[in-house]
Design a protein around this ligand. Structure first.
Ligand code: ZN
Length: 215
């Protein structure tokens, strides 16, 4: 089977996303790019994640053509391939409808940066792309434009997308941003909130990129 190890990795991430309660039912979609072939392994459309076999993961190229697999790929395939085309540094894409991120995506103005973890991830406020119907080419366009050089962007009235060097990192980003969205929600219920200044957010991002984790 083509890219069997990579297909298994996509299933592992889908199951972990489910375990972390970042998605109900079969919402969301996940993919990785194999740096050697340039092919993308993506979850199929509308199949329960706990029933997936590696052959259910669809292998596609950046022109949205199926290279290997019998299943229909996620309807958000154009969104994933748009990210890979735009960003050569990205090899993992995690798109969820996690509750708190989606709630922030239903408001104007994105999500304010109030936790050091969110600042370390994005370096400032988390922007929100305008609403475009799910599965459309317009969604891929609007989202890739809004994400710019960042790792995370909210998708208007829809959800959130995290992109990173690997799918494991994009998964971690999805956890961090949902946790930060939850904290921001709670903090705003409590009254006036101290947001982090832009310069401090930028410092925290640089510091996280340089010093966090093992060499
Ligand atoms: Zn979605």
């Amino acid at each position: 089977m083509l890219l069997e190890k990579e297909r298994k990795k996509v299933i592992e991430i889908a199951l972990n996303i489910k375990k972390e309660k970042l998605i109900p039912l079969t919402f969301g979609n996940f993919s990785l790019r194999d740096p050697e072939t340039g092919y993308v392994c993506i979850t199929p459309s509308g199949m329960p994640y706990d029933t997936l076999h590696p052959s259910d993961i669809v292998v596609v190229n950046l022109d949205n053509e199926i290279v290997d697999g019998e299943r229909r790929p996620s309807i958000e395939m154009p969104l994933h391939t748009a990210m890979y085309r735009k960003r050569s540094d990205v090899n993992g894409v995690v798109h969820t409808h996690s509750t708190y991120c989606t709630a922030w995506a239903c408001r104007d103005g994105g999500m304010p940066c109030i936790t050091s973890e969110a600042a370390g991830l994005v370096g400032g406020k988390i922007r929100c792309a305008k609403f475009v119907p799910p599965g459309s080419d317009g969604l891929a366009e609007a989202t890739s434009e809004a994400i710019g050089d960042d790792k995370v962007v909210l998708m208007g009235n829809h959800g959130v997308i995290c992109i990173d060097e690997t799918i494991d990192k994009a998964f971690n980003d999805a956890i961090i941003v949902e946790e930060s969205a939850k904290v921001a929600f709670v903090a705003y219920q409590m009254g006036e909130v101290n947001t982090l200044e832009e310069q401090m957010c930028e410092f925290l991002k640089e510091d996280t990129d340089k010093n966090y984790g093992q060499k």
